[in-house]
Design a protein around this ligand. Structure first.
Ligand code: UDP
Ligand code: MG
Length: 322
């Protein structure tokens, strides 16, 4: 491989404390990448590992000249590690793959040839069999993806994770996004590039234990939800409207009761005032939420569209946010 030219393929691998799995990974990945016939680089992103991963990566870098190591100072999380790898990757196509061999490296060749023959920008790895995941993970994942799809209008598939191939144009578009806490599996479909899928069987983790404890999964869920939906911000507005209706009904009831002389003096006005003020406050909060939501989407800085083709100019892909 000529180090002066960009490779045809980059393989970005985020890893956090993966000392057990690294030797197995090299044994499977290297022959697979050689077999594609493409020039390639491996971008190993060490997400602040505290075990032997950094030392093993140094050795890997020495023994295999296609390997580049990017080390983050502290554990930044799976999505951030992938993002760092995407910035560093130079290939015409970039594949992101987990280190634990749950995503079979052999599928990379299939993704690359599909992208080339069909002229696709994105090829998603889709799990056709999740039997290696726990029932808890399968049920929560399915419910969660359908919730996000409904709230955000993205077309993300429930069985597509972060094993995918992306063209240079796609990776450049992602790298230009200024937003933090991004969840790539929802961002990529939202960008709208021509895409296809390759099915694969999700294997068991080859060695070691999951680096995704419940707390990290929860963060991913919150990031996905708040990154793609204003619905939580609208909660106050909805409660305010509900509270307003309730205040009116309560008011009518209280007036009737007081006319019929059934209540203590002062009760009517107290009930109506408390209900009305509560509703007004919630509505005002909701109003603030609407403006905060607008500021938030503006700050996320996502392109609102991509031009696929413009007959006036040469075919272009980027929107006006260049
Ligand atoms: N990972 C990472 N940083 C983290 C957690 C995980 O880079 O903070 C990597 C991990 O090394 C692996 C991938 O992300 O390559 C997926 O993690 P894992 O396999 O532990 O998740 P699971 O498959 O259990 O959901
Ligand atoms: Mg895994």
């Amino acid at each position: 491989m000529n180090p002066d030219t960009d490779p045809e393929l980059s393989v970005v691998i985020p890893m956090y404390n993966e000392e057990e799995v690294l030797p197995l990974l090299v044994d499977r990945l290297r022959p697979t990448l050689e077999a594609t016939g493409a020039t390639y680089e491996v971008v190993a992103v060490d997400d602040g590992s505290t075990d032997l991963t950094p030392a093993l990566l140094q050795r890997m870098h020495r023994d295999w000249d296609a390997v580049r190591v990017v080390r983050l100072r502290a554990n930044a999380g799976h999505q951030a590690a992938i993002s760092a790898g995407l910035v560093s990757a130079r290939g015409d196509y970039v594949v992101t793959i987990d280190a634990d061999l749950q995503d079979p490296p052999e599928v990379i060749g299939e993704m690359l040839s599909l992208a080339r023959t069909d002229g696709l920008d994105v090829v998603y790895g889709v799990r056709n069999d999740r039997s290696t995941d726990t029932v808890f993970k399968r049920v929560t994942a399915r419910a969660f993806y359908s919730l996000i799809r409904r709230m955000s209008g993205t077309s993300a598939q429930s069985d597509a994770g972060d094993f995918r191939l992306m063209s240079r144009a796609t990776v450049d578009a992602i790298n230009e996004l200024p937003e933090h806490n991004r969840v790539l599996r929802f961002i990529v479909p939202a960008l709208g590039f021509p895409s296809g899928t390759v099915e694969y069987r999700r294997e068991e983790r080859a060695a070691g234990v999951s680096k995704y404890p419940l707390l990290k999964m929860l963060k991913l869920s919150v990031d996905s939800l708040t990154g793609f939906s204003m619905a939580p911000l609208r909660l106050a507005t909805l409660l305010g409207i509900g509270g307003g209706v309730l205040a009116v009904l309560l008011g009518i009831f209280a007036v009737v009761e007081s006319v019929m002389g059934k209540v203590v003096a002062g009760w009517t006005s107290t009930v109506v005032i408390v209900a009305a003020v509560g509703a007004a406050q919630l509505l005002c909060l909701g109003l603030l939420g609407e403006y905060i939501g607008r500021m938030y989407t503006q700050m996320q800085g996502r392109p609102t569209y991509f031009i696929a083709y413009d007959s006036l100019a040469a075919p272009a892909r980027r929107g006006p946010t260049d």
